[in-house]
Write a protein that binds this ligand. Structure first.
Ligand SMILES: *Cc1c(COP(=O)(O)O)cnc(C)c1O
Length: 384
C-alpha cells in the first residue's frame, strides 16, 4: 500500500506568487546573488530588521531558496520553513537555537549517527540527553524529566526502520509543555505529515529523496513561524549553513518527479524485501511494511525504498563479502537516488563502535530505479 496525492506537489509548487514574480517560469530562476540593493537607506534599514522574509543578503534569505521553503512549508502543512546547506545544518540550528545549558533532550528511535554525535558535543555546553529506542508512550513517559525541553524522534528510523507512536508522543509532550521534533527524511513529505499529528518541528535531509539524483546536499527545518524566526536569528544566521540558490533550484526540480520516483522505489523495495524474506541465507528483513517489525501506524501512507536485512550467518565479514559481490548496488553512504546502494554496519573511527543495536550481519539497501527483477537477480547471485 502506498497512498498519497500526487497533485499535492503540483499545488504546493504553484502556490505563492512565484509565477507573477518570475514572468511565468514554471520553476523559479536561480537568483545567483549574494546581496540585494535597496532604493533608499531607509528601505535597507527596514529590510535588515526582517531579513528572515526579505532578500537582503543571501546568508539570510534568497529568492530561489525562499521558493523552495514556501513549497516545503506547504507540503508539510507547516507555517514556516528554513532551508540549510545540509540536513545536519538544520538539525544543528534546531538544537543550538532552542536549547540552553541545563536543558535535556530525549531522543526516541533509531537516531541518525551524526545527530547523536552532535548531542554528545552539546554535553560540553551543559545540554544533556536521554535516549530510548522504543517509540511508544509507555516507554517514553518515565524518561521525561523536569528539564526535558525537547523530544526528538526519528520514525521510521534509517537503519532498523522502527516506527514511533507520533500522535501519542505529541499529546504526551503537549501535556508537559515539551516541544517535539521529527526527522521525516525516510518518509518524505508525501508519506507522513507530522504537523497534522501535533509534532512541532519537522526536519528533512533534502539530500535524499527530495533531491533524488545524488547531486546536491541540503536540509530543511519546518515549524511554527514564530519559532522558526527565532531560530533564524539565534542560530541559522550565526552558524551560516546556508543553502546555495543553485541547490534550491535542484531540489525544486527534484520535487517535481518525487511522486513517480517514490511509487517506483516503494513497489520495487517491497518486491526485493519479500524476496529476501523468503531466502534461506537471510534471518530478518527490517522493512516496516512487511509486518516483521511493527504494524502500519495510522498516520503513515506507506514506506519508501530504503530497508535492511540480516544474514543468517550474522558476521560483518560475510555481510561485506555479500555487498562486494553485488554488481548493481553501489557501495556508498546516503540514499534516495536512481542508483541502488548498499552499506553494511561499519566503524567510523577506532574509538567509536558500531551501535550495538545494529546486528553485525546487517546490509542496508537503497532501492533505485533499475527495476526489481534485475535487483533480485543481482542479490540471488551475491547470496549464492
Ligand atoms: C542523511 C540524513 C541526515 C543528515 O543529512 P545531510 O544532508 O547528510 O546533512 C539526517 N537524518 C537522516 C535520517 C538522514 O538520512
Amino acid at each position: 500500500m502506498i497512498e498519497f496525492d500526487p497533485l499535492d506537489i503540483q499545488i504546493c509548487l504553484r502556490a505563492g506568487d512565484d509565477v507573477a514574480e518570475h514572468g511565468g517560469a514554471v520553476l523559479p530562476p536561480i537568483a545567483q546573488a549574494s546581496l540585494f540593493r535597496k532604493a533608499t537607506m531607509e528601505e535597507l534599514h527596514r529590510d535588515l530588521a526582517r531579513e528572515h522574509i526579505v532578500s537582503t543578503y543571501s546568508r539570510g534569505t534568497n529568492p530561489t531558496v525562499k521558493a523552495l521553503e514556501r513549497t516545503l512549508a506547504k507540503l508539510e502543512r507547516a507555517e514556516a520553513c528554513k532551508c540549510f546547506a545540509s540536513g545536519m545544518g538544520a538539525i544543528g540550528a534546531l538544537l543550538f537555537g532552542l536549547l540552553k545549558a541545563g536543558d535535556r533532550v530525549l531522543f526516541v528511535g533509531d537516531i541518525y549517527g551524526p545527530t547523536l554525535e552532535l548531542a554528545r558535543r552539546l554535553e560540553d555546553f551543559g545540554i544533556l540527553h536521554d535516549q530510548t529506542f522504543a517509540g511508544d508512550v509507555a516507554a517514553i513517559a518515565p524518561l521525561l524529566r523536569e528539564e526535558t525541553r525537547l523530544i526528538y524522534v526519528e520514525s521510521p528510523g534509517s537503519m532498523l526502520f522502527g516506527v514511533a507512536d507520533l500522535p501519542g508522543i505529541a499529546a504526551l509532550a503537549r501535556e508537559r509543555s515539551i516541544l517535539t521534533a521529527l526527522d521525516n527524511t525516510v518518509a518524505t513529505p508525501l508519506l507522513q505529515k507530522p504537523m497534522e499529528l501535533g509534532i512541532d518541528f519537522v526536519i528533512h535531509s533534502c539530500t535524499k529523496y527530495i533531491g533524488g539524483h545524488s547531486d546536491a546536499l541540503g536540509g530543511a527545518l519546518l515549524g511554527p513561524a514564530e519559532r522558526i524566526e527565532r531560530i533564524f536569528y539565534d542560530a541559522y544566521m550565526l552558524l551560516g549553513a546556508v543553502m546555495a540558490p543553485f541547490d534550491a533550484f535542484l531540489f525544486l526540480r527534484g520535487l517535481m518527479s518525487l511522486p513517480v520516483r517514490l511509487r517506483q522505489h516503494h513497489a520495487d523495495a517491497l518486491t526485493v524485501a519479500r524476496y529476501l524474506a523468503g531466502h534461506s541465507a537471510v534471518s530478518r528483513v527490517f522493512h516496516p511494511q512487511l509486518g516483521l517489525e511493527a504494524t502500519m501506524p495510522r498516520n503513515w501512507r506507506g514506506h519508501s525504498g530504503l530497508f535492511s536485512f540480516e544474514l543468517a550467518d550474522g558476521s560483518l565479514a560475510r555481510a561485506m563479502a555479500v555487498a562486494n559481490h553485488l554488481k548493481l548496488f553501489g557501495k556508498a553512504v546516503s540514499w534516495g537516488g536512481a542508483e541502488s546502494l548498499v552499506i553494511t554496519g561499519h566503524k567510523r573511527e577506532p574509538a567509536s563502535e558500531v551501535p550495538p543495536r545494529i546486528p553485525a550481519g546487517l546490509l542496508r539497501l537503497s532501492i533505485g530505479l533499475e527495476g526489481a527483477d534485475a535487483l533480485v537477480a543481482d542479490l540471488e547471485q551475491a547470496l549464492a
